[in-house]
Design a binder for this molecule. Structure first.
Ligand code: UDP
Ligand code: MG
Length: 308
C-alpha cells in the first residue's frame, strides 16, 4: 500500500488542531492507503504543543511532531515537514480546516484518472475576507503573472497533492527565502487544480496581518523577477536624458543672453530625481538583502525536539 504524508504547519492553533485531526483522520480512514501526519509546531506560544502531544499518543505511531525552537514562519514549517515526509504522496494542509480534508479522495481520483503529478486546489471565491485584502491579492497575482516566469494561479492554496518525485525536486531548491507558491509551480510537472468556494476558519484567527501579506507579496515578486531592477534602470535612464535636455536648453538660453526662471522647475526636478534615486536604491537594497540572506546560509529553522 502506498503512503500519504500530510504536512501540517501550526502556529498558535490550540483551538483547531483537535478539530482538524478528527476531520482529517475521519477521511483518511476511508481511503485505501497508509498515512502519516507531520505536525510542525512553529514556535506556538499557546497550548498547541500539548494538544499535539495528546494527538501523538492517540495516533498509533502515525502522528509525528517537529517542534521548532521559535516561530520561523509557515514557509520554514512547510519545508521541515516536506523534508521529513516519507510518503509516496505528500500534501500540505492548514489546521483551520480551510483546506477541506474531504477533497483528498477526489484529488487522488483526479490524479489517477488524468495521470497528473500534482493536483492543487484553488478557491474561486474569497468570501469572508476583507474586500481590500481581496483586491490587493488579485492585483498581486496579476502583477506576478505578468512579469515572472512562474504562472501562479489566483487563489491557489498550498493544499496540493504531490507525488514523491515532485517533492524531491522541490527539496532540491535550497534557497533561503522560500516562496512556496512559486517554488511549487517553478518545478513544473503536470498539474491541475480543483476549484472550491472559500471556507472560513473553524476557530482561532488568521496569523497574517495586512502588512505581513504585503511583505509576502513583495518577497514573491523579488524572488521571481528582476523586473523592479529594470524599472529602476529605465526610469533612471529616462530621467538622465530629460535632465540632459533641460540643462542643454538652459545653457543655450544663457548663451543667448535670455532671462530664465528655471528655479521652480529646477526644484521640482531635483526633488523628483531625488525620489527616483531613492526608489532605485531601495529596490537595489531589497535584492541585496535577499542576496545577503542567501550567502549567510543560515538554517531555515531550528528543531527543538522531534516526537517520532
Ligand atoms: N502558520 C505557521 N506559522 C506562521 C503562521 C501560520 O505555521 O508563522 C500556519 C497556521 O497555523 C495555519 C497555516 O499556517 O495552519 C495558515 O495560517 P492562517 O490560517 O493564519 O493563514 P490564512 O489561511 O489566513 O492565509
Ligand atoms: Mg487559514
Amino acid at each position: 500500500m502506498s503512503l500519504l504524508s500530510v504536512v501540517v504547519p501550526c502556529y498558535n492553533e490550540e483551538e483547531t488542531v483537535e478539530l482538524f485531526y478528527d476531520a482529517l483522520t475521519g477521511v483518511l480512514k476511508t481511503m485505501d492507503m497508509e498515512y502519516e501526519i507531520l505536525f510542525v509546531n512553529d514556535g506556538s506560544k499557546d497550548a498547541t504543543l500539548e494538544k499535539l502531544c495528546a494527538l501523538h499518543d492517540r495516533g498509533e505511531g502515525r502522528v509525528k511532531i517537529i517542534d521548532f525552537s521559535r516561530n520561523f514562519g509557515k514557509e520554514s514549517a512547510m519545508l521541515a515537514g516536506l523534508r521529513e515526509a516519507k510518503g509516496d504522496y505528500v500534501t500540505v494542509m492548514d489546521t483551520d480546516l480551510q483546506d477541506p480534508p474531504e477533497y483528498l479522495p477526489r484529488m487522488f481520483e483526479v490524479m489517477e484518472k488524468n495521470g497528473d503529478d500534482v493536483v492543487g486546489t484553488r478557491r474561486v471565491t474569497r468570501k469572508g475576507e476583507p474586500k481590500i485584502r481581496s483586491w490587493f491579492a488579485r492585483q498581486f497575482y496579476k502583477l506576478i503573472n505578468r512579469y515572472t516566469e512562474v504562472e501562479i494561479v489566483d487563489g491557489a492554496r498550498d493544499f496540493r497533492l504531490m507525488k514523491r518525485q515532485v517533492i524531491d525536486s522541490i527539496l532540491e531548491l535550497e534557497e533561503y527565502d522560500r516562496f512556496s507558491k512559486g517554488l511549487f509551480v517553478w518545478v513544473g510537472y503536470k498539474c491541475e487544480y480543483l476549484e472550491y468556494e472559500n471556507v472560513e476558519r473553524v476557530a482561532g484567527e488568521t496569523k497574517w496581518s495586512f502588512w505581513k501579506l504585503v511583505r509576502y507579496a513583495l518577497d514573491g515578486i523579488i524572488e521571481y523577477t528582476n523586473m523592479p531592477l529594470s524599472i529602476a534602470f529605465w526610469v533612471g535612464g529616462f530621467l538622465t536624458v530629460i535632465m540632459g535636455i533641460v540643462l542643454l536648453v538652459q545653457l543655450i538660453c544663457i548663451l543667448c543672453g535670455k532671462a530664465i526662471a528655471f528655479n521652480a522647475v529646477l526644484i521640482c526636478l531635483v526633488l523628483f530625481l531625488g525620489g527616483a534615486i531613492l526608489l532605485a536604491s531601495g529596490i537595489l537594497g531589497e535584492y541585496l538583502a535577499k542576496t545577503y540572506d542567501e550567502v549567510r546560509k543560515r538554517p531555515h529553522y531550528i528543531v527543538r525536539r522531534k516526537y517520532e
